[in-house]
Every structure is written in structure tokens, then in C-alpha cells.
Design a protein around this ligand. Structure first.
Ligand SMILES: *[C@@H]1O[C@H](CO)[C@@H](O)[C@H](O)[C@H]1NC(C)=O
Ligand SMILES: *[C@@H]1O[C@H](CO)[C@@H](O)[C@H](O)[C@H]1NC(C)=O
Length: 275
């Protein structure tokens, strides 16, 4: 390789080594060829990377187009309810799925409707309270943990989410699974979007970007089944604009996760179970 100083001060055009020229400014024909080859390979690699990203994103887009709509997850009759048992028992809260609102209302003990759809691992006062508190930052936090997971893997994602968000362990697992699912099915789409489209923020906010759309269609079903609740299902409006009429739940009791009685009973219950 030519000395760096030669490239910097002399350029590599016509500075062939002569006895007159100090050696720091001199570049031999061989060195010049190497330098040229290095530049060419770098360019070639760059083009190949772009090509691979583009092909990957096209393939993922093809799979996304064939994916089923996730609307059915938001238009089920079932609701997840929190039953406050009147008897002072060891488990003051019972979290259970009801077939529909009528069934939940007819239950002999008071039921707080927590969210639309079946219950899951995040259907509790602690986790939904975090959903609400972090509704403007959770997406970015998850994205950051996702980037780390891309390099360091699952355990890093797990730790990153635990430290930066603080869900219960079972709920955290659903989120980590979701991150890994995105890495599996949406990675090219998201990198492509991140590289070439992120600056276009002035777009119509109602449409999801290709990256979040991929997450929704390819990894949403698995996530909702695991967690039970996402923000839309609890009626929380988040940092990602969604279809308000068809997807955001209107049956959930407003702000039930802020109810101090529910919070206390949840803490007491988990303390007793040694969690
Ligand atoms: C409370 O518990 C007692 C004994 O376990 C039971 O007999 C009673 O029916 C319970 N009351 C309610 C309202 O569930
Ligand atoms: C709710 O579920 C019950 C039990 O399956 C059913 O009899 C009832 O018709 C349902 N109500 C509505 C409004 O769907």
C-alpha cells in the first residue's frame, strides 16, 4: 500500500518516484494499482450490500402482501376482565377471559374490563400501567433494544427491555419474542426503510410505515396471543397512529390501571406468591 502521506499530499496521479521527490510524496505504480483496486472493491461491496438489502426487502414485501389482515384480533367479542374477589382470599384478583361484555357484566362479583380480546401475559395492572406511562417512548426503546439484539442476540434484548422498560417477566418475554420475530421476518424492510425513508416524516401519519406494517402483519398475531394486551386493545392511543374506529378498544374501563386499589391488590398478590 502507498504511504498515506503520499496519497494525501501528492495524490496518486502522476507522482512517480524520482530521485528528486522526497519519499513521503512518492507513490510507486504498484501501490497505485493497489489503491485503485481497494477503491473498486469498496464500491463493489457497497453495491452488493445495497442489492442484497433490496432483494431481501422485496422478498419480505412479497410475504407481507400475502399475510392475513390482523383486524380479527381487534374485533373479537371476548374481553379480558379483572375480578376483585370480595372474600379476602390469597388471590384478591382473578384475571380471566369472558366470552363477551354481557357475560362479563352478568358475573356475580365486580369485574373491571381490562381490554378487548383474550387475556395474556401482560394483562395486569403493572404492565398496562407501563404501556400507558411510556406510550410516547416505548416504540423507540423497543427499537433500540432491537438494534442491540440484532448484534448481540436474545439475552441482550431480554436484559435491555428489563432494564429500560420493567415489565413483569412473562410479559417481557412476549416483547422479546416480538423483537426476535421482527429480526427474522422484517429485518431487510426495516433497514431499507431506516436507510432511505426515515427522513420523510411529513407523510400521512395514518398509514404505517413498511417496517411497522411488517411487524403488525407478520409478528402481531403471535405477540397479541402471547401478551393478550397491546395498547390498542386497552384503548391507549400510542406513538404509532392506528385505525381508531376498527382497532382501538372502546369497551375497556378508562384508566383502570391507575386505580390504586387494583395496583395494591396486584402487588399484594404477587408478593404473596413470592414473585
Ligand atoms: C366467602 O368464602 C366463604 C368460605 O370460603 C364462602 O362460604 C362464601 O360463600 C364466600 N363468599 C363469597 C361472596 O364468595
Ligand atoms: C354472549 O355470550 C353468551 C354465551 O355464549 C350468548 O348467549 C350471548 O348471546 C352473547 N351475547 C352477545 C351480545 O353476543
Amino acid at each position: 500500500m502507498p504511504p498515506l502521506t503520499a496519497l494525501l499530499f501528492g495524490g496518486w496521479k502522476r507522482r512517480v518516484c524520482t530521485p528528486k521527490l522526497p519519499t513521503v510524496f512518492c507513490i510507486s505504480p504498484t501501490a497505485r494499482r493497489y489503491a485503485k483496486a481497494a477503491v473498486q472493491y469498496t464500491l463493489l461491496c457497497f453495491v452488493l450490500i445495497i442489492l442484497v438489502l433490496w432483494l431481501g426487502a422485496e422478498y419480505e414485501a412479497f410475504r407481507i402482501r400475502r399475510a392475513e389482515s390482523t383486524l380479527k384480533f381487534y374485533q373479537t367479542d371476548s374481553v379480558c376482565g379483572i375480578i376483585q374477589l370480595q372474600n379476602e382470599s390469597e388471590t384478591p384478583l382473578l384475571i380471566d377471559t369472558f366470552e363477551n361484555m354481557t357475560v362479563a357484566e352478568a358475573y356475580p362479583e365486580p369485574v373491571t374490563v381490562a381490554h378487548c380480546g383474550d387475556c395474556g401475559k401482560c394483562s395486569n395492572p403493572h404492565d398496562v400501567n407501563i404501556y400507558d406511562d411510556t406510550k410516547n417512548t416505548l416504540f423507540d426503546t423497543t427499537l433500540t433494544c432491537g438494534k442491540r439484539a440484532f448484534i448481540w442476540g436474545r439475552r441482550t434484548a431480554d436484559k435491555c427491555m428489563m432494564e429500560n422498560v420493567g415489565f413483569t417477566e412473562p410479559c417481557n418475554e412476549c416483547w422479546v419474542e416480538n423483537i426476535l420475530c421482527d429480526l427474522r421476518y422484517c429485518i431487510f424492510t426495516c433497514i431499507w426503510y431506516g436507510l432511505f425513508n426515515e427522513a420523510n416524516t411529513g407523510q400521512d401519519q395514518k398509514t404505517l410505515n413498511p417496517c411497522t406494517r411488517c411487524d403488525e402483519l407478520r409478528c402481531g398475531p403471535e405477540f397479541v396471543t402471547c401478551a393478550g394486551v397491546n395498547r390498542r386493545r386497552a384503548g391507549i392511543l400510542s406513538d404509532i397512529e392506528r385505525d381508531l374506529k376498527n382497532e382501538v378498544c372502546h369497551e375497556a374501563a378508562p384508566n383502570w390501571w391507575k386505580d390504586p386499589v387494583l395496583q395494591d391488590k396486584w402487588k399484594q398478590q404477587n408478593h404473596e406468591r413470592g414473585l
